[in-house]
Design a protein around this ligand. Structure first.
Ligand code: PLP
Length: 407
């Protein structure tokens, strides 16, 4: 791993700020103490064995994972715990969904359809398959990020093997009409396999695999305040997916290698906590989100909201472009005040490419460059938002004064 010059001195020079508000929950979520506690026994007290080995700690570990798969199954309305396949993150789950489906179902056709705003962990495996001879079609979106349903409908044909369209966009929070999208695809070709990356939708919007009719669905742990090191792919019983990595025993037929039992248990706990008060938490988040968006747009001139407003936007997402500043500069400046955000594209900060999602909704390069993502959490208090709204106008003013971008 490469050392980044400057990071150390920045951390030392400024020390830890008095107040901290963490808004980077899309890239790596804050984990509450109840979840950490639920994980702890699985390191050294209970179920710390290998789930595929028949000694006592191994059986305990197996039982624990089974229970976790029951929780995840229930939370998405799936039928069988075997339909839940744990991976070590959601990049793995998305790769398994895309490449595993293509390998297992070659006779169904060689065409794959995705939207233009998929996460790279969906887009890149599809582009790799394109290099290997599959046809890849990317469906455009409108200025709020909604997939063009007419273009989708005309793209599906008898050779369409797989369609993958995310339930909620990770950057701009657009809630896609998933049920309608699946119906359009299945009406044109009932054999087409439908995958959705539901990482940003899970625990934030109602997700039911039976109601929506999806075949494969990616779920996140760290986006729901579980730990990193766990993700899952739902595979509907009867849908063929082939392994894409090979190795030793696992209780997960599609994902060899020892399971991360503590992380899976944390994932399961995070899921049950989030669903305890699903409606209440999301209503609360919506209120905070709207206060934040309104406050910034009113107080800071030359700002643009990216993505839709109201109930078409996921409860925890605020994405704003600050014109005439670099998003990266905003992350550093706000960090000095204890406000932690990411810029441009979630998961691709430090890559100074403008976000493909923002370009797809029609933002110009300079608008995309100044974008900042705030991912709220139910653990935020109103005072956190008020503090943020106090800091941002001054910070942006300061950055604009020293910015080289003048128009
Ligand atoms: C929508 C979406 N899918 C997949 C991923 C990849 O997740 P991970 O980094 O845990 O593999 C991300 C990144 O946070 C994401 O935003």
């Amino acid at each position: 791993m490469k050392k980044v010059d400057g990071a150390e001195s920045l951390l030392q020079a400024h020390g830890k700020p008095e107040k901290e508000v963490y808004f980077d929950n899309g890239n790596s979520g804050w984990v509450p103490p109840e979840v950490v506690e639920a994980m702890l026994p699985y390191f050294n007290k209970y179920g710390y064995g290998h789930p595929s080995i028949t000694n006592r700690p191994g059986w305990e570990a197996y039982e624990a994972i089974y229970e976790a798969s029951e929780q995840i199954k229930k939370s998405i309305g799936a039928e069988f715990p075997e339909e839940i396949n744990f991976t070590h993150n959601f990049t793995e789950a998305n790769n398994l969904a895309i490449t595993g489906t293509a390998l297992a179902n070659k006779t169904k056709g060689k065409e794959i359809i995705i939207s233009e705003i998929e996460h790279y962990s969906v887009m890149f495996p599809c582009e790799e398959l394109q290099r290997k001879g599959f046809k890849l079609i990317k469906i455009p979106v409108d200025k709020e990020g909604f997939v063009d349903l007419d273009k989708l409908s005309s793209a599906v044909n008898k050779n369409t093997l797989l369609v993958s369209i995310m339930a909620v966009n990770h950057e701009i929070g657009t809630i896609e009409p998933l049920k309608e999208i699946v119906e359009i695809v299945k009406d044109k070709n009932p054999e087409t396999i439908f995958h959705t990356d539901a990482s940003d939708a899970y625990t934030k919007t109602p997700l039911n695999v039976k109601r929506t009719g999806v075949d494969l669905l990616t779920l996140s742990s760290h986006k729901i305040h579980g730990p990193r090191g766990a993700g899952a792919l739902y595979v509907k019983k009867g849908v063929e997916v082939e392994k894409i990595i090979y190795g030793s025993l696992s209780s997960q037929p599609l994902w060899p290698g020892v399971e991360n039992v503590p992380a899976i248990m944390g994932f399961s706990k995070a899921s049950s906590l989030a669903f305890k008060k699903f409606k209440e938490y999301n209503k609360y988040l919506e209120n905070l989100r709207d206060k934040l968006i309104k406050g910034i747009l009113e107080e800071v001139p030359d700002t643009l909201l990216n993505g839709p407003l109201g109930n078409k936007r996921v409860s925890d997402n605020a994405n704003i472009s600050f014109l005439r500043v670099e998003g990266e500069a905003v992350t550093v400046e706000l960090s000095l005040h204890g406000i932690y955000v990411s810029s441009g594209s979630a998961c691709t900060s430090r890559v100074l490419e403008p976000s493909h999602v923002l370009l797809a909704i029609g933002r110009k390069y300079e608008e995309a460059h100044g974008s900042v993502l705030f991912k709220l959490m139910r653990f935020h208090k109103r005072e956190d938002i008020e503090y943020t709204l106090k800091v941002i106008p001054k910070s942006i003013k300061r950055l604009r004064k020293i910015s080289a971008i003048k128009s």
